[in-house]
Design a protein around this ligand. Structure first.
Ligand code: URP
Ligand code: ZN
Ligand code: ZN
Length: 532
């Protein structure tokens, strides 16, 4: 009796925990040489079952050899020796890392900017991302005539051709009652939990300190994260005029007109205003030691400040801007500028020690024709560089291969921390039972090479052209579907998914207590005797 009970238990255990059901594997059609935009009958709701066998599964908190079983886009089992029937799609990951797909917190797809529009849209940019192991990105919605609702609708429409996960931040470019009201709509109805304030781009996106304060207060009340592009826009304007007066009209004038001190000043100002309001702050594209040190000081004092370096700032220096060929030089123009050698290494060190927390790209691509708008005047060169496809490889090569961070750290800075900051963890950023099956298989013994001829972005240049390194994303899986394998994209426009991000991330924990402490510390108003 005892032994038959044991057998029954064993059988139930095998059924429940080890033996997973049969399925038909679903394949995307291979839609062309690089990719094409045919939908090839793809339906984002069709079911899929996948078993990834024998890899080292890496999360931000640990790594272990394990199998990963996926059903209908969700991870349903993570443990060794999972058995399935023959027709479940098998992926052998022996000797490789199985990691959460990258999440890029900072992109600009199909953005109208500086009199033109970024060349990568929500299909080409995302296809490039998938080829590089990124399965989700968060793009910046630009309001239409100051209206957030109109901006959201416009981006919803742009994003119809998506083929991976995406979310939105929202830029705030003016201030009035309707903006304040629409911020609430964005947070409560549209799944946006972060707002970006541009302290630069005078005459277009730039806002005043007064707006920054109003915006920070509103963000706090909604549980939304305030983000800043930190450069002193008035001083940049002055610096640009100075360069033009000196006859410096080429791309090098861009870097000279907006030195690190202006980034440091604005970062410090934003940090102090966020402290005054007592709300968390996220500093986007930290490009200089000056800005990084302000973040470091604030964090040491206990303030909730997140610093986001971008790949260009981590691995490039400003030498390209002095290239005698205009197009070569102009491709490096972005803001804040790529800095002199030394800033890159300091930002890497800050990332490896936790002073900076996660890596974005600020992917904002313009082709050579668009960059040529500024052939006679660097102020007219559209600002932005590529990176969505290269981020994972370059961060691996620069940070892990050099011994600066561990493999678990790699997962944290390319995926998990972004999911935590934007409040979608552990649905995203983890390989855990119940998480979305956004997964990469990474071969540390293979290698990569960046080339503008073979990349998947629509742009004709690449700021990382010719870079080689160790490690390669061999397979990218988005919500349970293989989207990149054998150097081929299997994607279809319209298969992407908008990911709503709820307010009040962990960064807001304790804010109310700090407010209460502040109020009780005031010892005011003082009760005074009347003068009669
Ligand atoms: O040069 C840049 N960074 N272009 C994109 C817009 C922004 O400031 O993020
Ligand atoms: Zn910016
Ligand atoms: Zn940006």
């Amino acid at each position: 009796m005892a032994s038959s009970c044991t057998s029954l238990l064993l059988l139930s255990f095998l059924i429940l925990y080890d033996y997973l059901p049969l399925s038909q594997s679903n394949q995307f059609c291979d839609a062309g040489v690089k990719y094409s935009e045919s939908t090839c009958g793809f339906s984002s709701t069709s079911s899929s079952k996948l078993l990834i066998k024998g890899g080292t599964v890496v999360n931000a908190h640990n790594q272990e050899v394990s199998d990963v079983y996926v059903e209908d886009g969700i991870i349903v089992a993570v443990r060794p020796n999972i058995k399935v029937d023959e027709d479940v799609t098998l992926l052998d990951a022996t000797g490789k890392y199985v990691m959460p797909g990258g999440i890029d917190p900072h992109t600009h797809l199909a953005m109208e900017f500086m009199g033109t529009e970024t060349i990568d849209d929500f299909f080409s940019g995302q296809a490039a991302a998938l080829a590089g192991g990124t399965t989700m990105h968060i793009d910046f919605v630009i309001p239409v005539n100051g209206s957030l609702v109109a901006g959201f609708e416009a981006y919803k429409s742009k994003a119809k051709k998506s083929c991976m996960n995406y979310g939105f931040h929202m830029a705030i470019t003016k201030w009035d009652e309707s903006v304040s009201r629409e911020m609430e709509i964005m947070v409560k109805e549209k799944g946006i939990n972060s707002f970006k304030f541009f302290m630069a781009y005078k005459g277009s996106l730039m806002i005043s300190d007064e707006l920054l304060l109003q915006g920070f207060k509103r963000c706090k009340s909604l549980g939304a994260l305030a983000m800043v592009h930190a450069e002193n826009g008035d001083a940049v304007f002055e610096g640009q005029n100075r360069m033009i007066d000196l006859g410096i009209t080429g791309p090098e004038g861009h870097a000279l007109s907006r030195p690190p001190v202006l980034e440091g000043e604005a970062t410090a100002r934003a940090i102090r205003l966020a402290k005054f309001v007592n709300t968390p702050l996220y500093v986007v594209h930290v490009m200089s030691i000056d800005a990084m040190e302000e973040i470091s000081k604030a964090r040491k004092s206990g303030q909730k400040v997140v610093g986001e370096p971008v790949v260009s700032g981590l691995v490039l220096n400003d030498s390209g801007l002095w290239n005698p060929d205009f197009i070569t030089a102009a491709k490096y123009v972005m803001s804040p500028p790529i800095r002199e050698a030394g800033h890159d290494k300091a930002l890497q060190a800050a990332l490896s020690t936790g002073v900076l927390q996660l890596v974005g790209t600020d992917h904002c691509t313009f082709n050579s024709t668009q960059k040529s708008f500024g052939i006679d005047d660097f102020r007219k060169i559209p600002n932005g560089v590529n990176g969505i496809e290269e981020r994972m490889h370059l961060v691996w090569d620069t940070m892990v291969e050099s011994g600066q961070i561990s493999v678990t750290d790699f997962v944290r800075i390319t995926s998990t921390e972004c999911a935590r900051v934007f409040n979608i963890y552990p649905r995203k950023g983890a390989i855990l039972v119940g998480s979305d099956a956004d997964i990469i298989i990474f071969n540390p013994n293979s290698s990569f090479e960046v080339s503008a001829r073979t990349h998947h972005s629509r742009t004709d240049t690449n700021v990382y052209d010719g870079r080689k390194g160790k490690g390669k994303v061999e397979v990218t899986i988005v919500r349970g579907r293989v989207a990149w394998q054998d150097d081929e994209l299997k994607v279809a426009p319209g298969s992407g998914k908008y990911i709503e991000m709820p307010p009040f991330s962990y960064l807001f924990d304790g804010i109310d207590k700090a407010d209460a402490k502040y109020l009780s510390s005031l010892q005011a108003p003082v009760k005074r005797f009347s003068a009669s």
